[in-house]
Design a protein around this ligand. Structure first.
Ligand code: ADP
Length: 507
């Protein structure tokens, strides 16, 4: 209705790019196949997108290979590459409302979140890596002998990147930024749920002067297009008779299992290096000295942000017994106050889940919580009758061995557990196969120091959570992943070291 449309912050955007982007051109899939991409608010089709499969991956890798081997990309000066990254960031900034709208339409996240937080972070990530492009130095090495020894830090070659649907643009930026800054070329598979913004920004990249073949985008499904990328040897193998230096950079939002498949494909093909960012079951620890109101708000944010669809979600809320009852009461009230609805509307905190599969999975976990006799404090069901909306849900009395305390739910379901002392909570917080992140809420410096050392996780947020910044590395301990992304650490994923040794005196 007209009234409903008036409530929208901005009108819906147009979908202009739905084909594969290979060698700087939009092309159909070799098979001619397409797949529908959906609006999570309704489950209706937004557009049909070209579906890449192994033949398309071959074409894309071939283009990326050529752009790497023959240039101009790795042969340009670092400053020229940096300028292109900066021009691209400027173009994204110019189109940022449109891009935020497209991100919301395809993903269901609140428009205000996309526009005010995610697009600025996307731009910041490219500014950050543009800054690195011309600051990549090797070393002069003091060897035992009359030699001049230096190391060159060189790009690896063609990077394969497989990204998830929960932060389609941000994860695009934290992979594409460092890979290009270091002089690599890329074949990127966007998630099948959310291919639209990757195609849009890749188009802008070419307007900013990116040479064809440097960045190729191949939307498609995981077991077909994704697996083809993970197992790729070298399209030019017959001619070159050597394996392609295909560097694979991967982020999985939910499934450590898929990470294992990708690692196995890499091992069975050409031993390409793999970076994995996988699932989590991160503890959020509320200590006895906590200001309860603040702790409630932060724990709520840690879990419910982005519809609960964050790899690092604080999905085990451990609360000290002394503040437990008050914390529980207030957390429940906060969840009941959470505004859920059309993500285009002003003031909405929570939109729909990404798709029917995730929606059903979350509802199954909620049923399992009830069956395992955790106390359902609020929520627990679907909201409305269309789209993939779920009520903000809070469980109390959760025990460590319940499925809802062990598995990654990836939805708006908070599990509250009680603890009585620091040793107890350290042991229990670490008793998980995951280790992506942890949150600590305390005013006691000793407690903060003890916990930040003891927790086996790639990020520990003290009195804050989900602080994402271009310069702060992210990655997992244990089965949450291999390697680190963002910050200076991400450069290591896209560089290899060459030692050059010269006698000081010619023989
Ligand atoms: P999620 O549960 O968050 O969807 P997935 O691991 O299924 O996590 O998906 C993350 C990304 O991995 C997506 O781009 C998906 O298409 C891709 N993917 C899924 N299965 C495979 C596979 N067998 N090989 C390579 N990539 C895959």
């Amino acid at each position: 209705t007209a009234a409903a449309i008036e409530e929208l912050i901005i009108p819906p955007v147009q979908v202009n790019y739905t084909k594969l982007l290979i060698n700087g051109e939009f092309v159909d899939a070799a098979s001619g196949k397409t797949f529908p991409t959906l609006d999570p608010r309704t489950g209706e089709v937004i557009a049909h997108v070209a579906e890449a499969d192994s033949e398309d991956i071959n074409r894309a890798v071939s283009a990326a290979r050529k752009a790497f081997d023959e240039g101009p990309w790795p042969k340009m000066t670092a400053y020229e590459r940096s300028r292109i990254l900066l021009r691209f960031a400027d173009l994204v900034e110019k189109h940022s409302d449109e891009l935020a709208a497209l991100e919301t339409w395809n993903n269901g996240k609140p428009f205000e979140q996309a526009a005010k937080t995610e697009l600025p972070l996307f731009v910041r990530l490219f500014h950050y890596y543009a800054g690195w492009a011309d600051k990549i130095h090797g070393l002069t090495v003091p060897a035992d002998g009359p030699y001049h020894v230096q190391t060159l830090h060189e790009p690896i070659g063609v990077a394969g990147q497989i990204i998830p649907w929960n932060f389609p643009l941000i994860i695009f930026a934290w992979k594409v930024g460092p890979a290009l800054a270091c002089g690599n070329t890329i074949v990127l598979k966007a998630a099948e749920q959310t291919p639209l913004t990757a195609l849009y920004v890749a188009k802008l990249f070419h307007e900013a002067g990116l040479p064809p073949g440097v960045l190729n985008i191949v939307p498609g499904y995981g077991p077909t297009a994704g697996a083809a990328l993970a197992r790729h040897m070298d399209v030019d193998k017959v001619q070159l008779l050597q394996p392609l230096a295909l560097r694979l950079q991967i982020a999985f939002t939910g499934s450590t299992d898929t990470g294992k498949v990708v690692l196995e494909l890499a091992a069975k093909s050409n031993l390409k290096q793999v970076t994995l960012e996988l699932g989590g079951k991160s503890p959020f620890i509320v200590c006895e000295d906590a200001d309860v109101d603040k702790a409630v708000e932060l724990a709520h944010f840690a879990l419910f942000f982005n519809q609960g669809q964050c790899c690092c979600a604080g999905s085990r809320t451990f609360v000290h017994e002394r503040v437990y009852d008050e914390f529980l009461e207030k957390s429940k009230a906060r969840a009941l106050r959470r505004t859920v609805g059309d993500p285009f509307k002003k003031g909405i905190e929570q939109g729909p889940q990404i798709d029917a599969q995730q929606f059903e999975k979350i509802l199954r976990y909620i049923r399992s919580g009830v069956e395992s006799s955790a106390t359902l404090e609020c929520g627990g069901g679907r909201l409305g009758s269309k789209g993939f909306y779920i009520q903000p849900t809070v469980f109390s009395g959760v025990q460590d061995d319940m499925l809802i305390a062990k598995d990654e739910i990836f939805g708006p379901v908070q599990s509250i557990l009680k603890f009585n002392d620091l040793d107890d909570v350290i042991r229990r917080a670490n008793a998980t196969r995951y280790g992506l992140a942890a949150g600590v809420f305390t005013n006691n410096l000793n407690t903060a120091n003890t916990l930040s050392r003891a927790l086996r996780a790639g990020t520990v947020w003290i009195n804050c959570f989900d602080v994402f910044d271009a310069a702060i590395p992210i990655g997992g301990y244990k089965m949450s992943g291999i390697g680190r992304e963002k910050g200076i650490y991400s450069l290591h994923n896209y560089l290899q070291v060459k030692s050059v040794v010269t006698p000081l005196k010619n023989p």
